[in-house]
Design a binder for this molecule. Structure first.
Ligand SMILES: C[S@@+](CC[C@H](N)C(=O)[O-])C[C@H]1O[C@@H](n2cnc3c(N)ncnc32)[C@H](O)[C@@H]1O
Length: 249
Protein backbone atom coordinates (compact mmCIF):
# COMPACT_ATOMS: atom_id res chain seq x y z
CA UNK A 1 0.00 0.00 0.00
CA UNK A 2 1.31 3.40 -0.98
CA UNK A 3 1.66 5.51 2.20
CA UNK A 4 0.59 8.59 0.20
CA UNK A 5 -2.88 7.04 0.09
CA UNK A 6 -3.22 7.94 3.77
CA UNK A 7 -2.75 11.62 2.88
CA UNK A 8 -5.99 11.47 0.84
CA UNK A 9 -7.83 9.57 3.59
CA UNK A 10 -6.84 11.98 6.37
CA UNK A 11 -9.66 14.48 5.78
CA UNK A 12 -12.29 11.76 6.25
CA UNK A 13 -10.51 9.61 8.83
CA UNK A 14 -12.29 10.95 11.92
CA UNK A 15 -15.68 10.78 10.14
CA UNK A 16 -15.10 7.09 9.57
CA UNK A 17 -13.59 6.24 12.92
CA UNK A 18 -13.97 8.30 16.12
CA UNK A 19 -16.93 10.39 14.91
CA UNK A 20 -18.66 7.44 13.25
CA UNK A 21 -22.14 6.97 14.75
CA UNK A 22 -22.66 3.37 13.57
CA UNK A 23 -23.20 1.31 16.76
CA UNK A 24 -20.76 -1.43 15.73
CA UNK A 25 -17.94 1.10 15.30
CA UNK A 26 -18.77 3.18 18.41
CA UNK A 27 -19.07 0.05 20.56
CA UNK A 28 -15.84 -1.39 19.17
CA UNK A 29 -13.89 1.84 19.84
CA UNK A 30 -15.40 2.28 23.30
CA UNK A 31 -14.40 -1.24 24.32
CA UNK A 32 -10.92 -0.90 22.79
CA UNK A 33 -10.29 2.33 24.76
CA UNK A 34 -11.64 0.77 28.00
CA UNK A 35 -9.21 -2.15 27.67
CA UNK A 36 -6.26 0.13 26.79
CA UNK A 37 -7.07 2.48 29.67
CA UNK A 38 -7.18 -0.37 32.14
CA UNK A 39 -3.85 -1.82 30.92
CA UNK A 40 -2.06 1.57 30.85
CA UNK A 41 -3.37 2.51 34.26
CA UNK A 42 -2.02 -0.73 35.82
CA UNK A 43 1.43 -0.19 34.29
CA UNK A 44 1.81 3.56 34.82
CA UNK A 45 0.72 3.57 38.45
CA UNK A 46 4.26 2.57 39.42
CA UNK A 47 6.88 5.14 40.42
CA UNK A 48 8.52 5.12 36.97
CA UNK A 49 7.90 7.85 34.42
CA UNK A 50 6.36 6.20 31.41
CA UNK A 51 5.95 7.30 27.83
CA UNK A 52 2.99 6.05 25.84
CA UNK A 53 3.94 5.78 22.20
CA UNK A 54 1.33 5.20 19.49
CA UNK A 55 2.80 3.89 16.23
CA UNK A 56 0.71 5.00 13.24
CA UNK A 57 -1.23 7.39 15.45
CA UNK A 58 -3.39 8.87 12.68
CA UNK A 59 -5.13 11.99 14.03
CA UNK A 60 -4.34 11.03 17.64
CA UNK A 61 -7.64 9.33 18.53
CA UNK A 62 -6.20 6.96 21.15
CA UNK A 63 -3.61 9.26 22.73
CA UNK A 64 -6.17 12.01 23.40
CA UNK A 65 -8.61 9.46 24.87
CA UNK A 66 -5.94 7.84 27.07
CA UNK A 67 -4.73 11.20 28.33
CA UNK A 68 -8.31 12.12 29.27
CA UNK A 69 -8.97 8.78 30.99
CA UNK A 70 -5.64 8.29 32.79
CA UNK A 71 -5.51 11.82 34.26
CA UNK A 72 -1.79 11.54 34.97
CA UNK A 73 0.18 14.65 34.00
CA UNK A 74 3.53 12.92 34.52
CA UNK A 75 2.93 10.77 31.43
CA UNK A 76 4.46 11.67 28.10
CA UNK A 77 2.45 10.77 24.98
CA UNK A 78 4.09 10.45 21.57
CA UNK A 79 2.24 9.77 18.33
CA UNK A 80 4.31 8.56 15.39
CA UNK A 81 2.91 9.12 11.90
CA UNK A 82 4.20 9.26 8.34
CA UNK A 83 1.35 11.20 6.72
CA UNK A 84 1.63 15.02 6.86
CA UNK A 85 -2.15 15.60 6.59
CA UNK A 86 -2.75 13.15 9.46
CA UNK A 87 -0.06 14.95 11.50
CA UNK A 88 -1.60 18.35 10.72
CA UNK A 89 -4.98 17.21 12.00
CA UNK A 90 -3.42 15.62 15.09
CA UNK A 91 -1.56 18.85 15.87
CA UNK A 92 -4.72 20.94 15.34
CA UNK A 93 -6.60 18.73 17.81
CA UNK A 94 -3.69 19.00 20.24
CA UNK A 95 -4.03 22.80 20.31
CA UNK A 96 -7.52 22.57 21.76
CA UNK A 97 -6.72 19.62 24.05
CA UNK A 98 -5.75 20.02 27.74
CA UNK A 99 -2.77 22.40 27.84
CA UNK A 100 -1.29 20.61 30.87
CA UNK A 101 -0.89 17.43 28.86
CA UNK A 102 2.37 16.37 27.34
CA UNK A 103 1.42 15.13 23.87
CA UNK A 104 3.51 15.45 20.74
CA UNK A 105 3.44 13.99 17.25
CA UNK A 106 6.57 12.99 15.36
CA UNK A 107 7.03 12.22 11.70
CA UNK A 108 8.66 8.82 11.09
CA UNK A 109 8.15 5.88 8.80
CA UNK A 110 7.45 2.80 10.93
CA UNK A 111 9.28 0.59 8.46
CA UNK A 112 12.62 2.32 9.11
CA UNK A 113 15.01 -0.21 10.62
CA UNK A 114 16.60 2.45 12.86
CA UNK A 115 13.31 3.54 14.47
CA UNK A 116 14.50 2.70 18.05
CA UNK A 117 17.31 5.28 17.75
CA UNK A 118 14.77 8.13 17.93
CA UNK A 119 13.51 6.88 21.30
CA UNK A 120 16.81 6.05 22.98
CA UNK A 121 16.51 8.80 25.60
CA UNK A 122 12.98 7.74 26.62
CA UNK A 123 12.59 5.66 29.78
CA UNK A 124 10.24 2.68 29.92
CA UNK A 125 7.41 2.93 27.41
CA UNK A 126 4.10 1.42 26.50
CA UNK A 127 4.43 1.10 22.75
CA UNK A 128 1.21 0.43 20.88
CA UNK A 129 0.06 -0.07 17.31
CA UNK A 130 -3.72 -0.04 16.96
CA UNK A 131 -6.78 -0.47 14.76
CA UNK A 132 -5.13 -3.10 12.55
CA UNK A 133 -2.35 -0.70 11.50
CA UNK A 134 0.07 -3.66 11.47
CA UNK A 135 -1.98 -4.98 8.53
CA UNK A 136 -1.01 -2.00 6.36
CA UNK A 137 2.72 -2.42 7.06
CA UNK A 138 4.36 -4.42 4.21
CA UNK A 139 4.57 -8.11 5.17
CA UNK A 140 8.38 -8.27 4.87
CA UNK A 141 8.77 -5.41 7.38
CA UNK A 142 6.29 -6.55 10.05
CA UNK A 143 8.58 -8.71 12.20
CA UNK A 144 11.29 -6.03 12.26
CA UNK A 145 8.69 -3.39 13.17
CA UNK A 146 7.25 -5.46 16.06
CA UNK A 147 10.77 -6.25 17.32
CA UNK A 148 11.54 -2.51 17.18
CA UNK A 149 8.41 -1.75 19.22
CA UNK A 150 9.66 -4.17 21.89
CA UNK A 151 13.13 -2.60 21.90
CA UNK A 152 11.64 0.87 22.31
CA UNK A 153 9.40 -0.35 25.16
CA UNK A 154 12.43 -1.65 27.09
CA UNK A 155 12.56 -4.29 29.82
CA UNK A 156 10.02 -2.52 32.08
CA UNK A 157 7.78 -1.55 29.20
CA UNK A 158 4.96 -3.19 27.31
CA UNK A 159 4.12 -3.71 23.65
CA UNK A 160 0.46 -3.72 22.59
CA UNK A 161 -1.13 -4.53 19.25
CA UNK A 162 -4.83 -4.22 18.53
CA UNK A 163 -6.06 -5.93 15.43
CA UNK A 164 -9.33 -6.88 13.76
CA UNK A 165 -10.38 -10.50 14.21
CA UNK A 166 -8.82 -12.42 11.33
CA UNK A 167 -10.21 -15.69 12.71
CA UNK A 168 -13.69 -14.46 11.72
CA UNK A 169 -12.87 -12.29 8.67
CA UNK A 170 -15.93 -13.36 6.62
CA UNK A 171 -18.39 -12.19 9.29
CA UNK A 172 -16.57 -9.21 10.79
CA UNK A 173 -14.90 -7.48 7.82
CA UNK A 174 -18.08 -6.38 5.93
CA UNK A 175 -19.57 -5.12 9.21
CA UNK A 176 -16.47 -3.00 9.90
CA UNK A 177 -15.74 -1.64 6.42
CA UNK A 178 -19.24 -0.76 5.14
CA UNK A 179 -19.68 1.92 7.86
CA UNK A 180 -16.13 3.21 7.13
CA UNK A 181 -16.95 4.14 3.52
CA UNK A 182 -16.18 7.90 4.01
CA UNK A 183 -12.55 6.90 4.57
CA UNK A 184 -12.04 3.85 2.36
CA UNK A 185 -14.13 5.54 -0.40
CA UNK A 186 -15.15 2.40 -2.27
CA UNK A 187 -15.85 -1.28 -1.87
CA UNK A 188 -15.39 -3.39 -5.01
CA UNK A 189 -16.62 -6.87 -5.98
CA UNK A 190 -13.24 -8.32 -4.98
CA UNK A 191 -12.72 -6.19 -1.85
CA UNK A 192 -13.24 -9.01 0.66
CA UNK A 193 -10.60 -11.66 -0.01
CA UNK A 194 -11.76 -14.18 2.56
CA UNK A 195 -9.19 -16.84 1.63
CA UNK A 196 -6.22 -14.55 2.33
CA UNK A 197 -8.00 -12.36 4.92
CA UNK A 198 -7.31 -9.14 3.04
CA UNK A 199 -9.57 -6.13 2.60
CA UNK A 200 -8.59 -4.12 -0.49
CA UNK A 201 -10.03 -1.78 -3.08
CA UNK A 202 -9.10 -0.53 -6.51
CA UNK A 203 -7.93 2.81 -5.05
CA UNK A 204 -5.01 0.98 -3.41
CA UNK A 205 -6.35 0.48 0.12
CA UNK A 206 -5.04 -2.86 1.41
CA UNK A 207 -5.26 -4.28 4.92
CA UNK A 208 -4.17 -7.74 6.04
CA UNK A 209 -6.12 -9.35 8.88
CA UNK A 210 -4.33 -11.79 11.19
CA UNK A 211 -5.22 -14.98 13.02
CA UNK A 212 -4.43 -15.11 16.73
CA UNK A 213 -1.51 -17.49 16.32
CA UNK A 214 0.09 -15.22 13.68
CA UNK A 215 0.02 -12.18 15.96
CA UNK A 216 1.23 -14.10 19.01
CA UNK A 217 4.10 -15.37 16.90
CA UNK A 218 4.97 -11.84 15.64
CA UNK A 219 4.93 -10.60 19.26
CA UNK A 220 6.93 -13.71 20.31
CA UNK A 221 4.48 -14.33 23.16
CA UNK A 222 2.25 -17.09 24.50
CA UNK A 223 -0.10 -14.59 26.16
CA UNK A 224 -3.68 -14.91 24.90
CA UNK A 225 -5.25 -11.63 23.74
CA UNK A 226 -8.13 -9.74 25.35
CA UNK A 227 -11.10 -9.79 23.00
CA UNK A 228 -12.90 -6.67 21.81
CA UNK A 229 -16.48 -7.93 21.73
CA UNK A 230 -19.41 -6.18 20.10
CA UNK A 231 -23.05 -7.10 20.72
CA UNK A 232 -25.26 -7.72 17.71
CA UNK A 233 -28.87 -8.87 18.32
CA UNK A 234 -28.02 -9.68 21.95
CA UNK A 235 -25.11 -11.91 20.95
CA UNK A 236 -21.46 -10.99 21.57
CA UNK A 237 -19.07 -11.30 18.62
CA UNK A 238 -15.31 -10.85 18.75
CA UNK A 239 -14.50 -8.02 16.34
CA UNK A 240 -10.91 -7.51 17.41
CA UNK A 241 -8.28 -8.38 19.96
CA UNK A 242 -5.77 -6.58 22.17
CA UNK A 243 -2.43 -8.43 22.20
CA UNK A 244 0.24 -7.89 24.86
CA UNK A 245 3.81 -9.16 24.69
CA UNK A 246 3.79 -10.13 28.37
CA UNK A 247 1.34 -10.91 31.15
CA UNK A 248 0.49 -8.02 33.44
CA UNK A 249 -0.82 -8.28 37.00
C1 LIG B 1 -5.70 2.44 10.30
S1 LIG B 1 -4.96 4.01 10.62
C2 LIG B 1 -4.91 3.94 12.39
C3 LIG B 1 -4.85 5.28 13.05
C4 LIG B 1 -4.91 5.26 14.57
N1 LIG B 1 -3.86 4.41 15.14
C5 LIG B 1 -6.25 4.80 15.11
O1 LIG B 1 -6.26 3.80 15.83
O2 LIG B 1 -7.26 5.42 14.82
C6 LIG B 1 -3.28 3.67 10.15
C7 LIG B 1 -2.36 4.87 10.30
O3 LIG B 1 -1.01 4.42 10.13
C8 LIG B 1 -0.29 5.35 9.34
N2 LIG B 1 0.79 4.64 8.65
C9 LIG B 1 0.68 3.68 7.69
N3 LIG B 1 1.87 3.24 7.33
C10 LIG B 1 2.78 3.93 8.07
C11 LIG B 1 4.20 3.94 8.12
N4 LIG B 1 4.92 3.14 7.36
N5 LIG B 1 4.80 4.77 8.99
C12 LIG B 1 4.07 5.61 9.81
N6 LIG B 1 2.73 5.65 9.78
C13 LIG B 1 2.09 4.82 8.93
C14 LIG B 1 -1.33 5.91 8.38
O4 LIG B 1 -0.94 7.17 7.85
C15 LIG B 1 -2.57 5.97 9.26
O5 LIG B 1 -2.68 7.21 9.90
Amino acid sequence: MDYKLWDDLAADYDKSVEDNQTPIITNYLKREIEILTSICSKITNSAKNYSIIDMGAGTGRVLFALDKNLKNNSLEFIGVEVSEPMLERANQKNQTHNTLSNIEFLKHDLTESNLPEYFESSGPAIVMCLYNTLGVIPSDKRQMFVDNMKRIAGDDGLTILTAFNGDDFGFVAPKMYHPMIPMIKQIDDNSFDEKNRIFQNNLGFHSQWFKQNELKSLLRTEVDPISIDVKIDDKLHTFGNVYLDRKIK
